[in-house]
Design a protein around this ligand. Structure first.
Ligand code: BG6
Length: 475
């Protein structure tokens, strides 16, 4: 039996674009999800676009009551830039009233709200002006962050500038998986740099407004990223280790250095320059980057990265390649999502943090398992029998408990997503929830088998082994 500290918190992670719906209500303008849905709805699973979320806007009080009933004490959402601000960069009063009501209702329900300012949801009019590759847009983010902090700084204690800043450079600009479907590694690095500067402007606004008394004195600011620890094969070659260095450098150390030292990793910048990848650093940027240090960190963990030396130096688009995927023969997969399940990765990251960034506190800001076709595991009463979810979460929590025992500064855990929600272009294909959302019955909510297990764990902080489970290395 593993035990988590009594002050360890449990909560629910979600995001505005994946839950709110309320498309074009409360003065919302379009973001890239709306634009992609409008232009190519066939790209979305079952043609379900961005418009309805999981009906959270109209059901949020019911959802808050469910979270409390499950023993959770906090939740994270994101403010949608496209709802809070109008296309002239001014606060949209209807959007502001919308979030004031949401946060007040969460407080009434007894939930602490964590707010993230950006969750892959670039307003379309700003994308048309260059998106993260444009300084004008980076500055617009600074303006938006300042406005949000002025509006809600007296209410909200926990702030985050970005969720998973690695994902847009990859999915939109390198892999061509998300709108606008580019395959340009150099553009992806420029976007990554733009997001880095924007993060720093957000932190700078937070510090100014906290000093001025607009942001509450006990508030903290952080960054959330999916820090997938990179592993390689046994007995690696030098080239394999080089693949690990660059994967770790671009996806992990880039952000960890920024938020702890206010700089970017010089070895990574040097290798990029050697390979002809130009990061557009301007005079004065050093001072901006120096403002990037945060108070704590959010760590989203779903799967590890496994890499090896690239099979070729460039890809079919002429982009430099630093690593190829390594398929570990012992990998256990979540076939619905194509992601490896490796709970020990959470511990390994925790130990890296302890060694390399010992002063930084953090929490697990997302962790979860999305499964397709859960309807087929309903029992006679209609409740989904999701033992795999209990195994998955239980094993990750056991590794977190061990990491804390071994000195990791991990303060809490938010599950993604306690209530099924809209997963981008996968829409409702893979379900993450402890709570089912029934799309055939007006988004009604129903507890799955795992819900009572979660309630027990969140209340007692004890994690009993559920079954041998599906992982090759357990706590
Ligand atoms: C994280 C994101 O990467 O993973 C969430 O912050 C996302 O927005 C979650 O929903 C699960 O991934 P997916 O693609 O299955 O929804």
């Amino acid at each position: 039996m593993s035990k988590l500290p009594t002050d360890f918190f449990f909560g629910a992670a979600m995001s505005g674009p994946q839950t709110e719906g309320a498309w074009r209500r409360f003065g919302k303008v379009d973001n890239l999800w709306d634009t992609w849905s409008n232009e190519r709805i066939e790209d979305f699973h079952n043609r379900v676009g961005s418009y309805a979320g999981n009906d959270f806007t109209d059901r949020h009080n019911e959802d808050f009551a469910i979270l409390r009933d499950l023993g959770l004490t906090s939740w994270r959402t994101s403010i949608q830039w496209s709802r809070l601000m109008d296309a002239d960069g001014r606060v949209n009063p209807e959007g502001a009233a919308y979030y004031h009501e949401l946060f007040a209702d969460a407080k009434k329900a007894g939930l602490e709200t964590f707010v993230c300012l950006y969750h892959f949801d670039m307003p379309t009019y700003l994308f048309r002006r260059g998106g993260w590759d444009s300084r004008e847009v980076v500055e617009a983010y600074g303006n938006y962050a300042r406005a949000a902090l002025e509006e809600f700084g007296g209410e909200i204690k926990y702030w985050f500038t970005f969720n998973e800043p690695v994902v847009e450079p990859q999915n939109r600009y390198t892999f061509g998986a998300w709108y606008p479907f580019h395959h340009d590694f150099a553009e992806a690095r420029r976007v990554q740099y733009g997001i880095s500067l924007a993060h720093c402007l957000g932190v700078a606004a937070f510090r100014d407004l906290q000093a001025a008394g607009t942001v509450r004195p006990d508030a903290k600011i952080g960054l959330i990223n999916c820090f997938t620890p990179p592993y390689t094969r046994e007995n690696p070659s030098e080239a394999d280790l080089e693949a690990v260095r660059m994967t770790d450098g671009i996806d992990n150390r880039w952000w960890l250095d920024l938020v702890t030292k206010g700089t970017l990793p010089q070895d990574v910048m040097a290798t990029l320059a050697e390979r002809g990848v130009d990061v557009p650093v301007r005079p004065g940027d050093e001072q901006i980057l120096a403002q990037g240090r945060v108070d704590w960190l959010g760590f989203n963990y779903y799967h590890p990265a496994r890499v090896q030396a690239p099979s070729s130096d460039t890809d079919e688009y002429g982009n430099p390649v630093f690593a190829s995927e390594y398929v570990w023969p012992d990998a256990v997969m979540n076939e619905s999502r194509g992601w490896e399940i490796y709970p020990k990765g959470i511990y390994d990251f925790a130990m890296t943090m302890k060694r390399d960034y010992p002063d930084l506190e953090w929490y697990v800001s997302e962790n979860g398992i999305g499964i397709e076709g859960e309807d087929s595991s309903k029992d006679a009463s209609g409740a989904i029998q999701d033992d795999y979810r209990i195994d998955f979460v239980g094993q990750h929590l056991q590794w977190i408990a061990k990491a804390i025992e071994d000195g990791a500064k991990c303060r809490g855990y938010h599950y993604w997503a306690v209530i099924d929600n809209w997963s981008w272009n996968n829409a409702f294909k893979n379900r993450y929830g402890f709570v089912e959302v029934n799309l055939s019955d007006n988004y009604s909510r129903h507890l799955k088998k795992s819900a009572s297990w979660l309630r027990e764990v969140a209340t007692t902080h004890e994690i009993a082994p559920h079954s041998e489970g599906f992982v090759s290395e357990s706590a």
